[in-house]
Unconditional design. Structure first.
Length: 443
């Protein structure tokens, strides 16, 4: 039989042939020896079961909720826990298996990473019993753990860095959905103000990338190092929350039973709406751009800071660009430097604003080149340099020293120089608009 022609595997062909011949051999090695079954039609010998479990269990990307190893027809029969335990001969492997199972909370609605038997040790998420790093269970387990990690990070922002949690809209009543942002105690009175805007997806205030907070470290996955740098330089801080645009009602419970469901692949960074619930938009934060404009209009515009710097990661760059175009006069007057980290947005609408960005911004992009190496791009709306890392989510952490060096350099300029620059740019903007009107009139 030509397996390639029919688009089927040789493994499946051999299995079908042996079945038709009445062969009762192992579904994997085909040996005709005593076989073990877990309740489905697929049977494996003792040796194949042991080899499978020894290879499978240590793999942190494989769930301990193990299903039948026969994957030709993707059998989802669950392998009983006692069956697994009886097959594991290595005591260390058995101990590891039990430690991973303990990361499944025994309660509904877990509220802390301790409920998952994890804690942070030297900035890394590890199993409290073994010190091992995170082991995948399923997407719902991952999301629930991620939500608890957000609470821990935001508590650190308040307890260790003195940030104050505020809720927007600022005039919301008790029944209205809100989202949280964070401000330093001097955010509205400081001389220099730093705005931090993260990218899109499941990340919340305090995070650059949820996956890094779970699989790497707080040093790379959070804004905490940026807060430390801001304090060292006497910057006030406002941390935005562009991704929380709605509230689920009624709030769906996080059931322990959902952590025991067969693992499924996830193709989205945003959790889907739960069944039987509705998504209520948060006023003023219906989208990431609307949120950023709301925070600017209601807090940044009213802050006393004469000098503002912005750090914007990924889609946060798009939000920053929208602030620039909607609040052009304020940006020209007060924003001294913009540090983009692998930003996602396009070139400026006008040549004048493109000129402003070329002087006042830099985009540290994912690259295999050394940190700060210039990168040629086909669109030159601002200088592009290497972030010193090839992965998008690592760029903010990798480029931090260069980011603050750049911002401090721009912020050191005298107010008079910035005012002179603003007047010159406004003159050029007026000339550009005048030229455009003449061209349209001629048409």
């Amino acid at each position: 039989i030509n397996a390639e022609y029919w688009g089927i595997s040789n493994f499946l062909i051999n299995y079908l042939i042996l079945s038709l011949m009445g062969n009762k051999g192992c579904s994997n090695c085909k040996e005709e020896v005593p076989l073990l079954s877990i309740g489905c039609s697929h049977k494996f010998c003792e040796n194949c079961w042991e080899k499978f479990l020894v290879d499978y269990i240590p793999n942190k990307r494989k769930s301990p909720l193990i299903t039948c190893p026969y994957q030709v027809d993707k059998c989802e029969q669950r392998v009983p826990q006692n069956f697994i335990e009886e097959r594991i001969k290595d005591k260390n492997l058995l101990s590891y298996y039990h430690s991973v199972l303990k990361t499944i909370p025994v309660i509904d609605n877990p509220t802390s990473i301790s409920d998952f038997n994890y804690h942070y040790l030297n900035g890394k998420l590890v199993n409290k019993d073994t010190g091992e790093s995170f082991h995948w269970i399923n997407q719902k387990h991952y999301d629930a753990l991620g939500d608890c990690i957000v609470r821990d990070i935001q508590n650190m922002m308040k307890d260790e860095y003195g940030l104050i949690e505020k809720f927007v809209p600022l005039d919301a009543d008790e029944s209205e959905p809100v989202s949280n942002i964070f401000l330093s105690s001097d955010a509205m009175t400081c001389e220099t103000l730093l705005l931090i805007i993260q990218g899109s997806g499941a990340v919340r205030p305090g995070q650059w990338a949820r996956a890094l907070c779970i699989n790497d470290s707080l040093e790379t996955g959070t804004i905490l190092p940026y807060l430390k740098k801001a304090q060292e330089n006497n910057f006030g801080v406002i941390v935005f929350n562009p991704n929380q645009n709605w509230e689920e009602s009624p709030r769906a419970p996080v059931l322990r039973s959902s952590f025991l469901e067969p693992p499924e692949p996830s193709f989205s960074h945003v959790k889907p709406k739960s069944k039987g619930t509705v998504q209520i938009p948060i006023r003023g934060s219906e989208s990431n751009v609307q949120h950023c404009l709301y925070v600017w209009e209601n807090l940044v515009s009213k802050a006393k800071a004469k000098k503002i710097a912005i750090v914007a990661h990924s889609a946060g760059g798009y939000c920053t660009y929208k602030i620039l175009t909607k609040k052009e006069d304020e940006v020209l007057s007060r924003v001294y430097g913009i540090a983009f980290t692998d930003s996602v947005h396009f070139s400026a609408d006008s040549k004048v604003m493109s000129k402003y960005l070329k002087k006042r911004s830099v985009n540290w992009s994912a690259s295999d080149k050394p940190l700060d190496t210039p990168i040629k791009m086909q669109f030159g709306w601002c200088p592009f340099v290497s972030a010193g890392h090839t992965l998008h989510e690592h760029t903010s952490a990798s480029a931090i020293e260069s980011v603050f060096k750049f911002l401090l350099d721009r912020l050191s300029e005298p107010l008079e120089e910035k005012e002179k620059e603003k007047n010159q740019i406004e003159t050029e903007i007026g000339q550009e608009k005048g030229n455009q009107m003449e061209i349209e009139a001629e048409k």
